[in-house]
Design a protein around this ligand. Structure first.
Ligand SMILES: Nc1ncnc2c1ncn2[C@@H]1O[C@H](COP(=O)(O)OP(=O)(O)OP(=O)(O)O)[C@@H](O)[C@H]1O
Length: 360
């Protein structure tokens, strides 16, 4: 089931929650709506679901206009952040609920319902909990049951609003890869809302980055991560160092450093900001041509990585660098010592890019 969002707008009073959003989501895709708090993700999800009416614009499922269709007639399944399982019903009854409340003529027999529910419970690997009450399950298990319940009525579209938001980091990580596997098996067109960039990049086929109610960028996770459309997306999709630069002749200068900025080759001299991710900077123990001198302020060893904070002579912020632990040992770097920074990959955006301000 493809979903077309066509010039959708939504205001709450004077506040623009969704600002002229158009998107085409492909059949069977898992799409992440990613953005900071208040960027309009949930509002857009609720409009797709039919829980909220847009002020203008249309929603189409597989070419059919559903904008005025009631939520119960859209064939959508939901999973919310706070597990909304019925407390007094067993796990089995929770998953069976949507099937047992169907009108008699559409309802399957008890035996068929049983078979289906048990199959769903096996799929979420919780068939052994069928007779338990939700209170006897962990948070992660409850979310898997919520998902089984949403899938029981065979929705054409599955909508998930921060489904793992209330869980701790380890459980979240487990559920992410589990959701990905489940989606690969079922291929239900799914949209999930998250403000966690790692979650979006890991799970989704496609990432839609939102800010102030509008879409900043839309694409496959690698494309969005490797080629951010603007400064906002660069900053939002992971840690980044920002350097004040002067761009001229296709080069961005930061003191003795020269970084490529070929896209601005034809421009007059302009102030700009160079963006460099912590893992895209090498650190050298001795001076070299075209490197930036800095002092190592802090070293944190985190599992296989070494995270360094360094201060350059004129930088306002510390520069963050991430090296492999092996590389860090090989270099023999010490806290307090001088080191020389060599950015390996960077992106330059001119300073009048208003989106850069959105990060501050
Ligand atoms: N029913 C409403 N009435 C008034 N304002 C609302 C209503 N629903 C949402 N808003 C506002 O619209 C904006 C967008 O909200 P929305 O929940 O869509 O953002 P979000 O990106 O999902 O954020 P979060 O991650 O914090 O849930 C917010 O500023 C919110 O306060």
């Amino acid at each position: 089931m493809s979903i077309e969002i066509d010039q959708v707008n939504k205001r709450f009073g004077d506040f623009v929650a969704v600002d002229n959003v158009s998107l085409s989501l492909n059949d069977g895709e898992l799409t992440a709506l990613l953005g900071p708090s208040g960027s309009g993700k949930t509002t857009l999800l609720r409009i797709i679901a039919g829980l909220e009416q847009p002020d203008s614009g249309r929603i189409r499922f597989h070419g059919q206009d559903t904008t005025d269709l009631h939520v119960s007639d859209r064939g959508v399944g939901f999973v919310f952040q706070h597990y909304a399982l019925f407390k007094h019903m067993s796990v089995y009854e929770n998953v069976a609920y949507g099937l047992t409340v169907k009108p008699r003529r559409q309802r399957s027999s008890k035996a068929e319902i049983r078979k289906k529910v048990m199959h769903l419970l096996e799929m979420v690997q919780l068939d052994w909990t069928a007779d338990r009450l939700p209170s006897q399950l962990s948070g992660g298990q409850r979310q898997r049951i919520a998902l089984a319940r949403a899938l029981a009525v065979e929705p054409q579209v599955l909508l998930l609003d921060e489904p793992f938001g209330a869980l701790d980091a380890k459980v979240r990580a487990e559920l992410r890869s589990w959701l990905r596997r489940l989606h690969d098996e079922l291929h239900v067109t799914s949209v999930f809302v998250t403000h966690d960039q790692e979650e979006a990049l890991e799970v989704a086929d496609r990432v839609v980055v939102m800010n102030h109610g509008a879409v900043e960028q839309d694409g496959q996770p690698e494309a969005v991560y490797d080629h951010p459309a603007n400064a906002f997306v660069y900053g939002f999709l992971g840690q980044v160092n920002r350097f004040n630069a002067q761009v001229q002749g296709g080069v961005a200068r930061i003191g003795p450093l020269q970084l490529p900025a070929a896209e601005f080759a034809g421009q007059a001299s302009r102030r700009a900001t160079a963006y460099v991710r912590p893992h895209d900077i090498d650190v050298l123990p001795t001076p070299q041509h075209g490197t930036l001198r800095a002092q190592i302020e802090q070293v944190l060893i985190v599992g296989p990585h070494a995270r360094l904070a360094l201060r350059t002579a004129d930088a306002e912020e510390t520069v963050k660098v991430e090296l492999s632990r092996a590389r860090f040992r090989e270099l023999g770097l010490q806290q307090g010592a001088d080191a020389w920074l060599k950015p390996l990959y960077s992106r330059v955006f001119l300073n009048d890019d208003q989106l850069a301000d959105a990060l501050d």
